[in-house]
Design a protein around this ligand. Structure first.
Ligand code: HEC
Length: 104
């Protein structure tokens, strides 16, 4: 294997690792800045009417946020919030919350 190929491979690996980690960090920042006001971060028993998000299924969270965004699920608050989220934001936030271990 020549050196240039090796360097290219290593750089590709580094960049893809960073890109993956970045989505969790971006999700964390967004969760802390926006979602935590109502949902908390790790609480399982956040005050009603705010359902807990930590440790929930990633696909479920994504689906719920997309439904709020296109208003097939109705909630004045969440329709507003999800309306400004991109697919990437939703993916980042769902990745972040789904990986958290909730408090018991
Ligand atoms: C101002 C308060 C508030 C903020 C901020 C907020 N939410 Fe919500 N969220 C709610 C309420 C109230 C509900 C329950 C709505 C309903 O009955 O569908 C809800 C429901 C949800 C649900 C559905 C949960 C389930 O069990 O089906 C998800 C997912 C969710 N929010 C994600 C988020 C995310 C991600 C953010 C940050 C980008 C966020 N929320 C910010 C108030 C808020």
């Amino acid at each position: 294997m020549n050196l240039r190929l090796l360097v290219t491979l290593l750089l590709t690996m580094m960049f893809s690792a960073t890109a993956q980690a970045a989505s969790i960090y971006a999700g964390k920042a967004k969760a802390a800045a926006v979602c935590a006001q109502c949902h908390g971060i790790r609480s399982t028993s956040a005050d009603a009417p705010f359902p807990p998000l930590a440790g929930r299924d990633k696909e479920y969270l994504e689906m719920a946020l997309k439904q709020y965004r296109d208003k097939t699920r109705v909630s004045d608050i969440m329709n507003n919030i999800a309306g400004s989220l991109s697919d990437r934001d939703i993916n980042n936030i769902a990745s972040y919350y789904s990986r958290l271990k909730p408090y018991n």
